[in-house]
Design a protein around this ligand. Structure first.
Ligand SMILES: Cc1cc2nc3c(=O)[nH]c(=O)nc-3n(C[C@H](O)[C@H](O)[C@H](O)COP(=O)(O)OP(=O)(O)OC[C@H]3O[C@@H](n4cnc5c(N)ncnc54)[C@H](O)[C@@H]3O)c2cc1C
Length: 689
């Protein structure tokens, strides 16, 4: 490097604008050719625009480029190696609007600069409209347009290829200019994100951290019952977070009611207060809503509570706070749709839409749910049924065919059996046909088998559909899956429109899980604004279901492994056993589930199951665990699966005693052997006898 710098020596540029620009271009190309250090083109672009006859650039021996603006006696230093920027005179940013407003390319290419200096990053509107002193020079204006088109190309990596496709993109952008689309040089934002759930927020923050100017629009359309919530999307408001808190509350109740006596506790009559639970859960959610707003601000993401729709491939229209009279257009170089999903209630069940609630409503329900019918057999259905039952409510689940479709069915049925033993009534093959309201406010349900039953609450959990309502996707011909209302993207999260992307629940075939949305959103942002080549890997994604007995899984189910690899190539190791703490107190079955006076204790609580590929040294392709703390157990194991663990690795790994997870280190029975896989010893997942 020093040789190269010595070659340049002390370089003083004090020439006409044109010469200055050429000098800088030359400087840059010399660097690229002769040095291993890459001098960021954006920085030079920025300097070139800032040059006038009273400016000069010096490249010194300490790898610093020093930019003097004689007019305002400022001195800015850019270190090539550390890519850091320092200034001797901070007042420059506030005193010289044209400078700060023209640095879009610079702020988007240089992290330390944009994050350290509020006045620059917050003021970097498009320079075509903002800067009179520069636009007075037609030459510079033309140049800046050229640079900007190049800049668009320079930091994007739309499809993971290292910008060999850039020429096409430049061509496309130029065509858009000619076709009257928003001028690439005058976008209001680098990135407009629609949807403030986990996917949208993560992507917005990651983009901003990499220098992009980002706008995030989020608005919650009220549920059929009028429920609304704050920033953060489904996960924090009506999904993962309240669900886990209510699951915990229910689990606590089960421990008090079912297990605490034999452990010596005398608790008297146990009563649950629904209002208190809702208050606790909602207070926590509100604190999270607030922290997300603060988080966006400190990440320099502009957040607007607005309902968005697409106008064209670079323009979004939003309605402030959903008010259709307050319409605003904003332009963005890239647009991300991360609007998630909403519960789907079948159209053909009379009264269902008007009288039922969904998971959007249950966590803030004003009055205790009472006797509840849950319709559906998804994980959301079983989780809600599970915690309501554990909290002491009479719960029935109407199931069309099987529970937890897509999950390993042996495990799914174990979850179901446990729930039955805890008092949940499963109405198999029976669905509501009609819902009517009684005069006392209760709901009469007419079932498909002709029976009727009265409930206080009917909760529909029959799947979720992409929340695309009002987004105007048809007008832009964005490819959709009509059944799920989800947006079809390629593996780069790109829709069929090059400037429009989709991540999270709203993107077709994406697993509906918060961490998946977050990762996909971050990876996309890095590809767009950090020249990253990363692509989201959707294989071996772990998940847990928070039913009264939990279930965690990663990879293939028994059914999908047989279908993919052939039954003859699959070996399954498994063990059924009793969790130590529950078996010690002989937890009782719910009265409803007892067949006779001798049918008192619940069955085995846990199932551990590994699915392996015989012809590939028993590499583990599926992990399944039914038992307490399934999320915690599965998260650790998922790492091993991702690292291509083999059954022999489990065999040589020493267990932690006494735990349920240690069962995985002791699996000797295969399903194909036909032997009993019920554990012989009584010490939980271990083998101490
Ligand atoms: C009951 C339940 C339990 C769950 N439990 C778990 C769990 O335990 N673990 C897990 O990983 N996942 C869980 N999930 C799934 C998880 O919540 C979702 O995968 C995740 O929230 C999806 O994130 P997202 O960013 O794609 O969309 P969302 O979180 O749905 O956010 C989208 C946001 O965009 C907004 N929006 C929609 N349209 C517009 C528009 N036109 N303009 C502006 N804003 C708009 C929405 O109002 C919303 O705020 C659960 C889901 C539910 C329903």
């Amino acid at each position: 490097m020093h040789n190269v710098l010595a070659g340049f020596g002390f370089m003083l540029i004090r020439q006409s604008q044109k010469t200055s620009y050429n000098s800088i271009k030359q400087l840059n190309s010399n660097f690229e050719k002769k040095s291993s250090y890459f001098l960021n083109i954006h920085f030079l672009n920025f300097l070139s625009l800032s040059l006038n006859t009273q400016s000069k650039i010096i490249l010194n021996k300490k790898n610093n480029i020093i930019f003097y603006n004689n007019k305002s006696l400022n001195n800015y230093k850019y270190n090539i190696i550390n890519k850091s920027f320092s200034s001797s005179n901070k007042s420059f940013s506030s005193s010289n609007k044209s400078y700060s407003s023209s640095n879009k390319s610079y702020s988007s290419s240089n992290k330390s600069y944009s994050s350290s200096n509020k006045s620059y990053s917050s003021s970097n509107k498009s320079y075509s409209s903002s800067n009179k002193s520069y636009s007075s020079s037609n030459y510079i204006k033309k140049m800046s347009n050229e640079i900007n088109v190049k800049k668009n190309c320079d930091h994007i990596n739309l499809r993971g290829e290292n910008c060999s496709t850039c020429n096409n993109i430049i061509e496309n952008k130029t065509n858009q200019l000619n076709n009257g689309f928003a001028n690439t040089c005058s976008y209001d934002y680098d990135y407009i994100v629609i949807g403030g759930g986990p996917g949208g927020m993560a992507s917005a923050k990651e983009a901003a951290a990499n220098g992009a100017k980002v706008l995030l629009l989020d608005f919650v359309k009220p549920s059929n019952q009028g429920t609304k919530w704050g920033l953060g999307g489904t996960c924090v408001n009506v999904g993962c977070v309240p669900k886990k808190l209510m699951h915990y509350a229910g689990h606590m109740g089960s421990l008090f009611k079912l297990d605490s006596g034999p452990y010596g506790w005398e608790l008297g009559q146990i009563k649950h207060d629904w209002d208190k639970l809702v208050n606790t859960v909602q207070s926590h959610i509100h604190s999270l809503n607030f922290s997300y707003t603060v988080g966006l601000r400190s990440s320099k993401v502009k957040y607007i509570n607005g309902l968005a729709k697409l106008k064209n491939m670079n323009t979004v229209t939003y309605y402030l706070k959903g008010d259709k009279t307050k319409e605003v257009d904003v332009t963005g170089k890239y647009i991300l749709i991360a609007t998630g999903c909403r519960p789907n209630i079948p159209e053909d069940v009379e009264g269902a839409k008007e009288l039922s609630i969904t998971s959007d409503d249950i966590f803030s329900l004003k009055k205790a749910p009472g006797k509840t019918l849950v319709v559906g057999a998804s994980y959301v259905a079983l989780e809600c049924a599970g915690f309501l039952n554990s909290l002491g409510y009479d719960v029935s689940v109407a199931v069309r065919s099987i529970v937890l479709r897509g999950f390993d069915q042996q495990c799914a049925n174990k979850v179901k059996t446990f729930m039955i033993e805890q008092g949940v009534l499963f109405l198999d093959g029976i669905l509501p046909k009609k819902l009517t309201k009684e005069t006392n406010g209760q709901i009469k349900v007419l079932f498909s088998n002709g029976n009727t039953e009265i409930y206080d609450t009917v909760l529909y959990a029959t799947g979720r559909k992409g929340d695309i309502e009002g987004l105007n996707l048809q007008a832009l011909n964005i490819n959709m899956d009509k059944n799920s209302n989800k947006i079809i993207t390629d593996k780069y999260s790109c829709t069929n429109i090059t400037s429009i992307f989709a991540v999270g629940d709203v993107s077709f075939k994406c697993p509906e899980l918060a961490p998946v949305c977050i990762k996909a959103g971050e990876i996309l942002a890095r590809r767009l604004f950090k020249k990253s080549n990363e692509i989201m890997d959707y294989t071996y994604i772990p998940t847990a279901i928070y039913t009264p007995i939990e279930y965690g899984s990663c990879g293939y189910s028994e059914e999908s492994a047989y279908a993919t690899f052939g039954k003859e190539n699959v070996e399954i190791y498994l063990q059924e056993f009793n969790n130590l703490e529950i078996s010690a107190v002989h937890r009782k079955k719910h009265k409803k589930a007892q067949k006779d006076d001798f049918d008192i204790d619940i069955g085995s609580t846990c199932l551990s199951k590994l699915i392996c590929l015989k012809n590939q040294e028993n590499i583990v392709i599926g992990f399944h665990y039914v038992g307490p703390n399934a999320g915690e157990v599965t998260q650790g194991m998922a790492l091993a699966i991702k690292l291509k663990v083999k059954k022999s690795d489990f065999d040589t790994c020493v267990g932690i005693h006494p735990t349920d997870a240690e069962s995985f280190m002791n699996l000797t029975i295969t399903l194909s052997s036909g032997l009993s896989f019920a554990a012989k010893g009584g010490c939980g997942g271990g083998k101490c006898g």
